[in-house]
Design a protein around this ligand. Structure first.
Ligand code: C2E
Ligand code: CA
Ligand code: CA
Length: 649
């Protein structure tokens, strides 16, 4: 039953199949109607004069007109977009018309039959049989129409000619029925193949669409930063590549901007990565508002973003954009968990046709950013001629550092750290000096930051630490050595382990060693720093936080660091006699140290008045020119013997 009902249904929900049927049938229409019309006209002609005019002229004319009208209507509607519903109606109309025309043409033929002689009657029988078979063939793709046509024409045909009892017509009708059955059988198998083909074509199309969708999605993911939905590093360089690195120098000006967030790490460390992620998403959203046809923004990784600007890139335009972005990033980031305050530093570099090669643009933007980070946090800096000469100088120093015989060119000077209450020298801080032949004396404030940009700093630290430990062996047991580390010395497992093994091999008692590390260095990766410092402390040495008060969000995190000492930056001492703010900051830090059970050392003591003020705050550990400038090792012995401190304090 189900098979039969399926056979007789139009499969309305299978719009693909309905459309394919219409499509295939459309191509048969001219054949179908021309066969029908021409053979009908031939029958009408052979009967003309033998049958009444209405049968040989008027009715054929009406039938022919109906057929023509149908063909015209078909072409007209098939030109229009057909939706699923219209396709269904169209297929249904084919079936209905098959019935109407089938009944119409056969009735006309039967009406004509009695008027003819034996030939003409034979003509009618032949005409009906061959024409209906032709039509069924043409309707092959619209299965139901072919069935109904067979039913409405072949069955009456057989009955009509069987009823004549003429053996010739009886055998013709048997013949036609058999052929019709064979045709229906062929039609069924053909139709099944046709339907399967349509289905597989549909399947293929779905697969193709899916493949396309996946490949689009891949493309999107490969070029987008999954957190912020901004274009990623890959896309940034894909855009920069043709501008800066391909073949001839570009004829259009462009600029590159590198943006780095200030104070993002502490947010991440204090509030957790989930909050850090939210901040980055919001930063991405804010940056997106600066995107135009000529301004492209990408996230390069971590808290670093890249800008690419085409068209007018005069300093004024860049600075205006830079200022607007910096101002936008300074707005607080309000989240349910916390409100974070950040800023962004930007380095811009321009390319102008005819100017220096575009390949340097990234390096220059990078240097401008470095400059902003060092000197003007939270602002935009454009790579200028001034920076160009600085960059050259930096490159020269870097090359000289690489070439330098560090063992020979590096030396140490030592500055006392004293306890003014006990009246004794607690330690000497080892301070680096570098005197390469080519450059003379280069101060550490110049060469250390340059070395810190590369792995050279690790070699410098190793050389200096060995020298420092060796020097400290010449002092009495109660005098310690305090040594400056760079963040790069502890930021990788390998460099950290080298450091530990160097200390262990030196044979110097670790409890006489203090390692200093600056606050800003620690802030770059808080978790890593905590881990590294904890490991170092297991040796029995002490950790001091250097330059305290100059970095970001100082007070919030110190209790989470494994610290023994905090060194208050000398900038607070410089005007402590006159400036109330400095005074109260220093006092707060001293109180904080007392609360945390951490020793406090104040740096940069230059005058007796400063010493008096700090003593009144309850601070006894100090360092500065007032007690002694950094001196070579030999002079430390004289200093210790003279015990010059007691005389001064
Ligand atoms: P720092 O660690 O804060 O060292 C103290 C700096 O302040 C020294 O400058 C010292 O000479 C200077 N100073 C000491 N007392 C006074 C004072 O009363 N008034 C003034 N105005 N300055 C005073 P120096 O030797 O030029 O070192 C500068 C910086 O270079 C150091 O700052 C430290 O950050 C870095 N540095 C020095 N040696 C090394 C080293 O061996 N390794 C690493 N990684 N960094 C080093
Ligand atoms: Ca120091
Ligand atoms: Ca310091």
């Amino acid at each position: 039953m189900r098979a039969i009902s399926e056979l007789l249904s139009l499969q309305r929900d299978n719009s693909e199949l309905l459309r394919a049927q219409l499509d295939a049938f459309s191509r048969q229409i001219p054949l179908l109607y021309s066969t029908l019309l021409i053979s009908t006209l031939a029958v009408a002609a052979t009967h003309h004069g033998h049958a009444p005019v209405y049968l040989t002229l008027y009715i054929p004319a009406v039938l022919a007109a109906a057929c023509l009208w149908r063909v015209i209507m078909w072409w007209r509607t098939s030109a229009e977009q057909t939706d699923d519903e219209a396709a269904y109606r169209k297929v249904r109309s084919v079936i209905v018309l098959a019935i109407i025309l089938g009944v119409g043409f056969s009735s006309w033929s039967f009406a004509l039959f009695p008027y003819g002689d034996a030939y003409r009657q034979g003509h009618v029988a032949f005409y009906m049989a061959i024409t209906v078979i032709g039509c069924i063939f043409c309707l092959m793709h619209v299965r139901l129409a072919a069935f109904t046509l067979t039913a409405v024409v072949v069955l009456p045909y057989a009955l009509f000619f069987l009823s004549t009892a003429n053996p010739v017509f009886v055998s013709i009708s048997v013949n036609v029925v058999l052929v019709a059955i064979a045709m229906i059988y062929i039609l069924l198998t053909n139709y099944r193949t046709f339907a399967a083909m349509v289905a597989s074509r549909k399947e293929l199309m779905i697969q193709h669409e899916e493949t396309q969708r996946l490949s689009d999605e891949n493309m999107r993911l490969a070029n987008l930063d999954s957190l912020t939905d901004l274009p990623n590093r890959r896309q940034f360089f894909a855009r920069l590549q043709p501008l800066a690195f391909d073949g001839a120098a570009p004829s259009e000006p462009f600029s590159v901007g590198l943006l780095d967030l200030d104070g993002f790490k502490p947010v991440n460390d204090l509030f957790g990565h989930a909050v850090g992620d939210k901040v980055l998403i919001e930063v991405g959203r804010r940056l997106e508002s600066f995107v135009t046809e000529d301004v492209f923004v990408a996230r390069l990784g971590g808290d670093e973003f890249g800008l690419l600007m085409k068209g007018d890139n005069s300093a004024e335009v860049l600075m205006e954009l830079g200022r607007a972005i910096c101002a936008d990033l300074e707005r607080p980031f309000e989240m349910p968990e916390a409100t974070a305050k950040l800023s962004g530093s930007i380095g811009f570099a321009q390319y102008r046709p005819g100017g220096p090669a575009p390949t340097h643009v990234m390096d220059r933007a990078d240097y401008a950013l470095y400059h902003a980070k060092q000197n003007q946090r939270g602002t935009a800096v454009i790579f200028s001629e001034g920076l160009e000469s600085q960059l050259l100088e930096m490159t020269r120093i870097e090359q000289e550092l690489r070439r330098s015989d560090l063992e020979k060119d590096l030396s140490l000077v030592f500055q006392p750290v004293v306890d003014v209450v006990e009246g004794e020298v607690l330690a000497f801080e080892a301070l680096a000096r570098w005197s390469p032949l080519a450059l003379g004396n280069v101060p550490p404030s110049i060469f250390i930051p340059i070395a810190e940009r590369t792995e050279i700093i690790n070699r410098i630290t190793a050389t200096l630490l060995a020298k420092a430990l060796e020097a400290a062996k010449s002092w009495p047991d109660h005098v310690r050595i305090t040594f400056n580390l760079s963040v790069r010395d502890i930021s990788s497992k390998a460099s950290l382990l080298r450091l530990i093994s160097l200390i262990e091999k030196s044979g110097f008692p670790a409890n006489r060693l203090i390692l200093e590390i600056t606050e800003t260095a620690l802030m770059r990766d808080f978790d890593m720093a905590v881990e590294a410092l904890t490991l170092l402390k297991r040796l029995g040495l002490e950790i001091a936080l250097d330059d305290f008060g100059t970095g970001h969000s100082s007070l919030g995190y110190v209790h989470r660091l494994p610290l023994d000492r905090i060194k208050v930056d000398r900038s607070f001492v410089a005007n402590i006699e006159t400036d109330d703010v400095s005074r109260s900051i220093v006092k707060t830090i001293i109180d904080l140290c007392n609360n945390l059970g951490v020793k406090c050392v104040v740096e940069g003591m230059e005058t007796r008045e400063q010493v008096e003020i700090l003593r009144s705050f309850g601070c006894s550990r100090m360092q500065g020119y007032y007690f002694g400038r950094p001196v070579p090792l030999e002079e430390t012995h004289a200093y210790l013997e003279r015990d010059g401190l007691l005389m001064r304090a």
